[in-house]
Design a protein around this ligand. Structure first.
Ligand code: SF4
Ligand code: SF4
Ligand code: FES
Length: 328
């Protein structure tokens, strides 16, 4: 069958351009097979990474038809788009959130730098080194299976919305690794690791867009790992602890629940004051609210009064049930 491969070509600082290659191939060929064929038979200057050809090394991650995937894992038949204007066209580009070096090759250094921020090694500091080895039960080891499957391909990082808007965000791959270590019974830095991710560069920077779970070729499910990390962080702050003494993202979460529980929906005046200004304890936060408050006043959108919802009692009961079930 004839398939058109529309490939982003770029040699920075020049701009990217699209180049089409027509190829006689079979539906069962992988995208990597096709790229090899193009390189060997049509244009030897086409640059892309590859190594194992078997979904092991993570080298061949790129954007195929708009989302990150491994070129050696995707087959031509899965990528044809019968309902699109060009049913036999497959578009290929470099991964996102990383600088392009040439064509489909990106500079992975930011990805490795972010990984190193979570200290991605099991720490045995402070422990007595056993004479032979550290032992884990099968159940303890099984719990690490998903996160341990990461091949560091970068697909999740490429398609992470949080990384795109917040360069400080450490990335789904790093948070998955952080959780793998938090859950590892041999690691002695659990508390430090949880504390290190309790901010907007860590777990609270994630927008829960689900892209990382969708594109990860190894079933790591980074968002699930992030959720488990969040649960570990929240467990360090029991409900009795005053919201003024917790981090701002946790204050945000807890204040939201408190306000909805008391009035059925959010009293936005108190929400801003409690979360951003920390009840006046954070003068900078208080000042930062002023421009928004003034704009709202100007547009007649500032709520001077708060009217509790008529369904408050029901909402309260629901929240209490969730709490009793330990699901909050
Ligand atoms: S769910 Fe979070 S970490 Fe995953 S891609 Fe979206 S923003 Fe990034
Ligand atoms: S979590 Fe998945 S997508 Fe992200 S780097 Fe690891 S294997 Fe690749
Ligand atoms: S070439 Fe190794 S994962 Fe694709």
């Amino acid at each position: 069958m004839q398939v058109e491969f529309q490939i982003f070509r770029q040699l920075p600082p020049g701009p990217p351009r699209l180049q089409s290659f027509w190829l006689e191939t079979s539906p069962s060929a992988t995208i990597l097979d096709c790229l090899n064929q193009i390189k060997w038979e049509q244009d030897g200057s086409l640059a892309f990474r590859k190594n194992c050809r078997n979904t092991i090394c993570g080298s061949c991650a790129m954007r195929i038809n708009g989302r990150a995937a491994l070129a050696c894992q995707q087959h031509v038949e899965e990528e044809l788009q019968p309902n699109r204007p060009h049913p036999t066209r497959i578009t290929i580009g470099p991964m996102g959130n990383l600088p392009v070096l040439r064509d489909l090759v990106v500079d992975m250094q930011p990805f490795w730098n972010d990984l190193s921020r979570v200290d991605p090694f099991v720490s045995t500091a402070g422990r007595r080194i056993p004479e032979r080895e550290f032992l884990q039960s099968p159940a303890e080891r099984d719990h690490l299976n998903a996160a341990s499957g990461c091949i560091l391909c970068g697909a999740c990082y490429s398609d992470c919305n949080a990384k795109e808007v917040n360069p400080e965000f450490v990335g789904p791959h790093a948070l998955a690794k952080a959780n793998r270590l938090v859950q590892d019974s041999r690691d002695s830095r659990r508390e430090e690791r949880l504390q290190a991710q309790d901010n907007l560069s860590g777990v609270w920077g994630c927008t829960r867009c689900w892209n990382c779970n969708t594109v990860c070729p190894m079933g790591v499910a980074p968002l699930d790992q992030i959720t488990e990390l969040k649960q570990g962080i929240l467990a360090r702050y029991p409900n009795e602890k005053p919201v003024s003494e917790v981090s701002r993202p946790i204050r945000h979460r807890k204040t939201l629940v408190q306000l909805v529980r008391s009035g059925g929906w959010v009293d936005e005046r108190r929400f801003g004051l409690q979360v951003v200004a920390n009840q006046g304890r954070d003068p900078k936060g208080l000042l930062s609210l002023a421009p928004l408050g003034l704009r709202m006043l100007g547009k007649g959108k500032f709520p001077f009064r708060f009217k509790a919802s008529s369904g408050t009692a029901t909402v309260r009961r629901l929240i209490d049930v969730v709490r009793q079930e330990g699901l909050e």
